[in-house]
Design a protein around this ligand. Structure first.
Ligand code: NAD
Ligand code: ZN
Length: 361
């Protein structure tokens, strides 16, 4: 299956396929030179680098590669700097292509690298985590962290092409899979009641095979692509809907120094909180809140917020870069599949709901 991302200056395709022949055929349409530089991380390198690079070699490309440390610590200026050196040594020139083979960390670093190496070379995403397949590989955000914080240095740089092969998910552990599911259910909550019903059914039964993953990825990428088309660089506000659950999530991640929770786990909490806030502000009914809770439970999220401090979280939410004039803004729900972006919420109301939320979970 192919999803088109119809951007004015740089439109591209997302190919969802387990066939490397499909990949090579589609790749050759966007890239005619020979020289490919693969960026991956130390975990993915052990499992998938050789077979991936063999596909390209067999197709007549010359490949070289660089491995960055696995995990968030790999999303650093040090990694970026090592990529410039390795690419130069490997002879990557302006006609070459960078391929990110890995999760969101690899995608973000390799994307930033591709955007800046010799003022920009072609870039292809080959995501290997569910989070990267359903979220980070589409949309063109690239970044590295600095000692000052997350995603501090970055730019928008769209890939020329995305190849999603759900076969890679077979080697991903349960916790990382669930991490990606949080973004998948996010699309259902904010855009699509039918997709909600589908996920509820599949996740409750707990049988998720290639077909189910491919469908989830297809739906997620389709929604993300539609939003990105309308607001490529996050200026019109349309893209804000993708932040459902993320206001509290970012505060939780900062408060726990990115150590205790994975992003998806924090987002799951943030979505439940946003649903409760929607209920408390009478934007949605009790039914909608319970439906959010049910799907998160079916997806396997359990909440344990001992040691989280409501006042501190509120303070962090107000500092969120998305808040305007220090007033709190949330994506809230009217119903499953119907969201309100950018709802302003008074500090007192947000805090009252947050205190209850932390007590209840
Ligand atoms: P990750 O890239 O750190 O991958 C998670 C772990 O899984 C790592 O240890 C990795 O080595 C391992 N791994 C990856 N693929 C594997 C596979 N197929 N088999 C076995 N192990 C595998 O984390 P992530 O959740 O994919 O991405 C998180 C990053 O993405 C964060 O830095 C976040 O800021 C960024 N992000 C970016 C965007 C965007 O729009 N650019 C959106 C969301 C998140
Ligand atoms: Zn997210």
């Amino acid at each position: 299956q192919t999803i088109k991302v119809r951007l004015k200056t740089n439109p591209y395709n997302i190919l969802i396929s387990e066939s490397s022949a499909d990949f090579v055929a589609a790749f050759k349409k966007v890239f005619r030179a020979k020289n490919i530089f693969i960026v991956t991380d130390s975990n993915v390198a052990k499992i998938h680098l050789k077979s991936f690079s063999d596909i390209l070699k067999k197709a007549g490309f010359q490949t070289s590669f660089a491995v960055i440390p696995a995990g968030e610590s790999g999303k650093s200026i040090a990694s970026l700097s090592s990529l410039y050196d390795k690419a130069l040594k490997a002879g990557l020139d302006r006609k070459g292509c960078v391929i990110a083979l890995g999760g969101g960390v690899v995608g973000d670093v390799a994307g930033f690298f591709a955007a800046t190496y010799m003022r920009g070379v072609k870039f292809v995403q080959a995501p290997t985590t569910l989070l990267a397949m359903t979220d980070s590989s589409v949309g063109g955000k690239t970044a590295v962290n600095t000692s000052g914080g997350k995603n501090i240095a970055g730019t928008f740089y769209q890939p020329s092409f995305v190849w999603i092969n759900s076969f890679y998910l077979a080697t991903l552990d349960e916790r990382q899979l669930k991490n990606g599911l949080a973004e998948v259910v996010k699309y259902a909550f904010t855009f699509d009641k039918n997709f909600y019903d589908y996920l509820q059914d599949v996740l409750e039964k707990g049988i998720i095979g290639a077909d189910e993953f491919n469908y989830m990825i297809f739906k997620s990428c389709s929604y993300k692509a539609r939003v990105v088309e309308k607001d490529e660089k996050e200026v019109t506000g349309v893209r804000a809907v993708l932040n459902f659950g993320h206001t509290l999530a970012h505060a939780i991640e900062t408060f726990t120094k990115y150590k205790k929770f994975l992003h998806g786990e924090a987002v799951a909490a943030g979505m439940l909180y946003a649903a409760k806030l929607s209920l408390d502000l009478k934007l949605c009914g009790k039914e909608t809140f319970l439906q959010v809770k049910e799907l998160l439970t079916a997806a396997g999220f359990v909440f344990n917020f001992k040691n989280l401090n409501a006042l501190k979280l509120l303070e962090l939410m107000k500092k969120d870069k998305k808040s305007v004039n220090a007033s709190l803004r949330f994506v809230l729900l009217k119903d499953i599949g119907k969201s309100i972006s950018d709802a302003e919420v008074k500090d007192g109301a947000a805090l009252k709901t947050l205190k209850e939320f932390l007590r209840e979970n």
